[in-house]
Design a protein around this ligand. Structure first.
Ligand SMILES: C[S@@+](CC[C@H](N)C(=O)[O-])C[C@H]1O[C@@H](n2cnc3c(N)ncnc32)[C@H](O)[C@@H]1O
Length: 402
């Protein structure tokens, strides 16, 4: 029996195990003893299938005679990853896709291998004859592979057709990576692998940070000597940007031990491992007012846990775990953290609230400050994904205590 290529084998097993646990991250399933070229291909295929899932299913349905009969999940996965390669990764030779699909099917569901072979050959025949699935009439859900519930939310939030398409198109576009230098400048990173191996990275001169996150960090007013509390700090991107901007005394907290370990690693690489002005604490931010003295900090940064709807481009699987009711759960958590956070800000001090989501519900926590006359709104910004073709979606507001 011919052997399936390691990359497609891994792509198949990663997609299959992700399907059994859709709340998990794709990366958790992409582990194997593969060389980096194979690992990259497996990753590209998996990300692509998650990003284009409904579009691929719709295109596949054209080749199913009994449309009402569901294919076994193993067979559907094999076909979706093959369709993705044929439609989006055109440099991969056709025979490699077809022969690996048939071999995989012989291993997983042998009774369907002739069907898989026939469908892929029919697709190739149609592509050669000029068939372009992108030109087929499709709903937004099908064209952009977003669940209906999420599309309905985007429509409700934006009420603007051009903006809806901007968000959906951005979510499916290839992510760009950005670097921030210690001096606060930023640049697009065109070769992530090279940047990771560069002296600048090893010596802590640069770190990866999306433009929206950089904008949030830049909105925080900091000066030398300030006492700063970052309540949801891990993995530390915004804290690092603040440390680079002024000689602050920083207390960085997070609920998650594993994410705090990442934060410590990032701080160490950036040269802050032994900084006596930095304290790192594991903490449930809802109880922050029991941990620190009242009105102690010049700045409290609350980069709140949220649905992350503004970052679907970089996390394509997020769309498939979206549940409308989660927004209310996040909103309740955000409110209780903000309730604790606001007591810790010194008079004339600042509170910066941020989420990487554009959902209205996740801005509601700030009503606690809006309705309180002891707080003044200094500035606020809402950005939808894809703004200027550069930014993820998010919201921040900066408040000063009178
Ligand atoms: C948006 S991320 C923070 C990103 C970080 N500020 C940065 O720029 O790298 C939100 C963080 O909130 C943390 N978190 C969730 N619930 C929390 C809670 N109750 N108390 C403290 N941190 C919490 C998560 O572990 C996560 O690291």
């Amino acid at each position: 029996m011919a052997k399936v290529s390691p990359a497609r084998n891994l792509a198949y097993s990663a997609l299959s195990s992700w399907q059994k646990d859709k709340d998990s991250h794709l990366e958790q399933h992409l582990k194997g003893q593969l060389n980096s070229k194979d690992l990259d291909l497996a990753y590209t295929i998996c990300r692509g299938v998650l990003k284009e899932k409904t579009f691929l299913q719709k295109t596949l349905s054209r080749y199913l005679v009994k449309k009402s009969k569901k294919l076994p999940s193993e067979v559907e996965t094999i076909l979706l990853l093959s369709f993705y390669q044929r439609l989006f990764l055109k440099k991969i030779p056709r025979y490699a896709v077809v022969s690996d699909a048939v071999e995989l099917c012989k291993e997983k569901k042998p009774a369907f291998s002739n069907l898989v072979n026939a469908i892929l050959r029919n697709l190739d025949r149609d592509l050669e004859a000029g068939f372009d699935p992108q030109k087929e009439p499709m709903s937004l859900e099908e064209r952009y592979s977003h669940p209906k519930e999420l599309i309905d939310l985007i429509k409700e939030e934006t009420k603007d057709e051009a903006l809806i398409e901007q968000i959906l198109r951005w979510d499916n576009a290839k992510p760009k990576a950005f670097l921030r230098r210690k001096n606060g400048s930023h640049e697009e990173c065109l070769d992530v692998k090279a940047a990771l191996q560069s002296d600048d990275f090893k010596n802590g001169e640069i770190y990866f940070m999306q433009l929206w996150s950089q904008e949030v960090a830049n909105a925080a007013p900091v000066k030398d000597g300030d006492q700063v509390l970052d309540l949801c700090a891990a993995p530390g991107g915004k804290s690092l940007a603040l440390l680079d901007r002024a000689k602050i005394k920083l207390t960085a907290c997070d609920f998650s031990e594993s994410r705090l370990a990442q934060l410590k690693e990032n701080f160490a690489r950036m040269g802050y491992a032994t900084d006596p002005g930095i304290t790192i604490k594991q903490l449930d931010a809802r109880a922050a007012n029991q941990e620190f003295p009242p009105e102690f900090f010049d700045l409290v940064l609350l980069d709140a846990p949220c649905s992350s709807l503004g970052t679907i481009q970089r996390n394509p699987e997020l769309r498939w775990r979206f549940k409308l009711e989660q927004l209310a759960e996040y909103a309740a958590l955000q409110k209780s953290i903000l309730q604790a956070a606001k007591t810790l800000v010194a008079p004339q001090g600042y509170l910066l609230y941020a989420v990487c989501s554009f959902a209205k519900a996740e801005r509601e926590a700030t009503d606690l400050l809006r309705q309180d006359t002891s707080w003044t709104l200094v500035k606020e910004k809402l950005t939808y994904p894809g703004e200027q073709d550069l930014f993820d979606g998010g919201y921040y507001s900066l408040w000063q205590k009178n």
